[in-house]
Design a protein around this ligand. Structure first.
Ligand SMILES: Cc1cc2nc3c(=O)[nH]c(=O)nc-3n(C[C@H](O)[C@H](O)[C@H](O)COP(=O)(O)O)c2cc1C
Length: 335
């Protein structure tokens, strides 16, 4: 006879793990999302990942205080274009009313979702009681969520870590606090604050949150390919997964996960890399494009034969056309 537990387990196992995801009123075609990453998930990179199948993407984290003080840099981080489609804006801060004010500005400007950063481990952020420091105060998590929800019509979500202090898992309490405040979903990155990005992410943290709340739960951390994406979805029962570092230099990862597709051809790789460079030039200007492209080039070329010299040459110039030639010459000679 099937016990209720094993029946539930078989349901999780048998359900197609890559499936549509609803976050409040937002309907996503599937549940494999691009994780927000400061210094990485700008408009050009998000566009490439969405084109390769990412169901949804978020801005880099944006300071609510910066928005309050009308900092141009904060608004620049939320820049989008119609081609991008629905966009999540991620805010960081700690004052409910300041967060709500910033959220309203972006929601009025067309953001499809507001996410609150409750995971950033950096001292200059946590020192102000922001990012992962919010996880020390579940009551404040509820107040922030409530304040933002009062100000906007779009879904409001939060992104947590496993906990702030190593060994003290608080993600379940914090997720419940966000749910109580009206959050439409919660993302859980299974590392403590002091772990930053090292060691293994504990997928069990997201599973424990999933068992404790009724809203959708998205897992973040160490999802690096189709196998790990399917395993994360199947073994934890979460509703979706985010891809972070594994997408750097590899926007095609989404297509591989969703369609079980292969690696990009040489032409696809070249076309995407050159387009990335062009988009950077279009949105950020020649100099910034050249300097910001360096890290992307290192990620794109990682592991390819003889690429160290190519990376060196890219770093020596601030001329985008010269970088185009270096990349094209190298990739067209690669067999
Ligand atoms: C360079 C970098 C920047 C990040 N910036 C953010 C951010 O702005 N907001 C956020 O919620 N998480 C941020 N994260 C955390 C990621 O969203 C993700 O939770 C984490 O990297 C674990 O997932 P992964 O193993 O797939 O990379 C960042 C991570 C990295 C590596």
């Amino acid at each position: 006879m099937t016990t209720p537990k094993s029946f539930a387990e078989s349901l999780i196992r048998d359900a197609a793990p890559v499936r549509p995801l609803s976050i409040g009123s937002l309907r996503l075609s599937h549940n494999v999302l691009l994780a927000p990453m400061a210094g990485v998930t700008d408009l050009p990179f998000r566009l490439l990942c969405r084109e390769q199948g990412a169901a949804f993407a978020y801005t880099e984290m944006i300071s609510a205080k910066g928005v309050h003080y009308k900092s141009a840099a904060s608004f620049e981080l939320a820049r989008t274009m119609p081609q991008e489609g629905q966009l999540g804006v991620q805010l960081f801060g700690s004052e409910p009313e300041v967060m709500a004010e910033a959220a309203k500005i972006f929601a009025d400007g067309g953001a499809a979702l507001i996410d609150v950063n409750m995971g950033c481990p950096m001292r200059k952020i946590t020192g102000n009681g922001e990012g992962s420091a919010l996880m020390r105060d579940p009551g404040l998590i509820t107040r922030i969520t409530e304040a933002i929800i009062r100000a906007v019509e779009v879904p409001v979500t939060v992104k947590l870590r496993r906990g702030f202090d190593t060994g003290t898992e608080t993600c379940v309490d914090c997720a419940k606090a966000a749910e109580q405040g009206g959050a439409a979903a919660v993302t859980v990155h299974g590392r403590f604050r002091e772990e930053y990005y090292s060691g293994r992410s504990d997928w069990g943290a997201a599973a424990r949150v999933k068992a404790a709340v009724r809203i959708p739960v998205i897992l973040s951390g160490d999802v690096v390919d189709r196998e790990s994406a399917l395993a994360a979805l199947r073994t934890t029962g979460v509703d979706g997964v985010m891809i972070g570092r594994a997408s750097m230099g590899d926007p095609w990862i989404f297509r591989r996960i969703i369609e079980n597709g292969g690696l990009p051809t040489r032409e696809e790789r070249l076309t995407a890399i050159l387009r990335h460079l062009e988009l950077l030039r279009e949105f950020k200007g020649e100099r910034t494009a050249a300097s910001e492209f360096r890290k992307h080039a290192a990620w794109y070329l990682k592991g390819l034969p003889g690429s160290a010299a190519v990376r060196d040459n890219i770093c020596k110039t601030s001329d985008v056309d010269a970088i185009r030639r270096i990349v094209a010459d190298y990739l067209t000679t690669l067999t």
